[in-house]
Design a protein around this ligand. Structure first.
Ligand code: ASP
Length: 431
């Protein structure tokens, strides 16, 4: 029997999980059953993915740099990567601002609905606001200071410190190229083998993906807030999703025009990673799969993918920045505020920076949104307005976050002549 492609398996798992939950929540004991007996399997699956994120980033970065063997190439690659990441994020925020101003979703919110939403989610919003407060209290150079860990193991023991791990890996990799080859060779061979082991672990974890996403979707449906609130926020949610879809179009266009690969090639290659991003709402948890797909199915050489993707997963969040722009203007509209052009341009800058600062975990974009709101003079308590639909939108924006990283890695690879031809890829995949 022909094996069903992984993305179909994952999609089936997601659909069955949602259907299962819709049926079970009709029973009085259904939600508790899902929370106690199904949800843990979803958590186990996400934990397994996160478990390999730090060793993967470390091993693949060291490996990638060692293979480059050339520091000037590394800095050139770093420069192009950062420029592309910034450019795509700016495009994303701009798309968000244009469509939210065209659709004006905040103007259709009735004052009673606004009050109801504010009351229902006041507490949740307060929590995010106080989380953001800590970030805001930091000095201007805090982010730079945080980049350099004082203890590698402390940095590696917290998935929220990916940038510190990246810093150490870069430092280690560069030093490795600088020592004599005789001494560096065994270390490189070790990391090479280590990397292979991690890649095998990803393969094994992905065998459980259809079951993992079943559990994740079932628990999301079981815990979803009331239908009425969803409907009140439909226009807002539609605006975000439309913006994200347009951004996906921008990626496909970049890939098509610059790397001459068809949209179907990109989508087919990335589908399992995108579906996983949707189910887990975390680009960090999806990173192992994004790397595998980009290398094996999109043809990006490992030295590029292992450099560009871990950095992207941490700092490049186009979906998040687009959402922050839409959400900020939506909240302002719902409060009857008219944002001046200057304030909207300010949102471009703060949403770009806020998305860079957002951690690659569920709900992080919303914490940083508080800072965008504060800068634009929009009431932070307005966060309560968008709480009800934040999780599904988080799932959608995470798809864009990982697709953006893949697009940039293909473009950077192409610019260095390190993007494999399609027939070579086919040959590799069939052997
Ligand atoms: N969940 C997103 C991610 O991991 C971040 C966010 O927008 O909340 O990419």
């Amino acid at each position: 029997m022909k094996k069903i492609a992984l993305h179909w398996q994952i999609l089936l798992g997601m659909a069955l999980g949602a259907i299962f939950a819709f049926i079970f929540i009709r029973f009085s004991w259904g939600t508790a059953f899902i929370t106690d007996w199904i949800k843990p399997f979803g958590n186990i699956f996400i934990n397994a993915l996160k478990l390999i994120a730090v060793p993967l980033i470390f091993a693949s970065l060291v490996n990638g740099i060692a293979e480059l063997k050339d520091i000037s190439k590394l800095s050139k690659m770093g420069g192009r990567t950062i420029v592309m990441y910034l450019l795509t994020t700016l495009i994303a925020v701009s798309i968000g601002l244009v469509i939210v101003n065209l659709i004006n979703p905040g103007k259709s919110i009735a004052p009673e609905t606004r009050e109801q939403l504010m009351q229902s989610y006041e507490g949740d919003a307060g929590q995010k606001i106080s989380e953001a407060q800590r970030q805001r209290d930091a000095g201007p150079l805090q982010a730079l200071e945080d980049l350099v860990p004082s203890n590698f193991f402390a940095a590696a023991s917290d998935n929220g410190n990916m940038l510190q791990v990246i810093f150490f890996a870069l430092f280690f990799g560069v030093s490795l190229i600088l020592i004599p080859e005789k001494t560096s060779k065994p270390v490189m061979e070790f990391f090479n083998g280590f990397n292979e082991v991690i890649l095998k672990m990803i393969d094994l974890i992905m065998m459980a993906a259809p079951y993992g996403v079943f559990a994740l979707l079932a628990s999301l449906v079981a815990e979803a807030p009331s239908k009425d609130l969803f409907i009140a926020l439909l226009w807002y949610a539609f605006t975000v999703v439309l913006g994200l879809a347009l951004m996906l179009g921008v990626y496909l266009l970049i890939v098509w025009v610059y790397t001459k690969r068809k949209p179907s090639f990109f989508m087919k290659g990335m589908a399992p990673a995108q579906l996983l991003a949707f189910s887990t709402s975390s680009s960090a948890a999806t990173l192992p799969v994004t790397m595998e797909r980009v290398e094996k199915h999109l043809g990006v050489e490992d030295d590029v993918a292992s450099f560009v993707l871990p950095i992207g997963a941490t700092i490049n969040m186009d979906g998040t920045s687009l959402y922050q722009a839409v959400a900020a203007v939506f909240i302002a509209q719902a409060f009857g505020m008219d944002l001046s052009l200057g304030a909207q341009l300010g949102i471009i800058a703060t949403a770009t920076l806020a998305s860079i600062g957002s951690a690659a975990v569920p709900g992080a974009g919303m914490v940083m949104l508080v800072i965008v709101l504060g800068q634009a003079g929009i009431p932070e308590a307005g966060l309560a307005l968008i709480f009800a639909v934040d999780r599904p939108l988080d799932m959608c924006r995470t798809i864009i976050n990982v697709s953006g990283d893949a697009t940039v890695s293909m473009s950077v690879a192409k610019s260095f002549g390190l993007l494999k031809e399609e027939d070579q890829l086919d040959r590799e995949l069939t052997t």
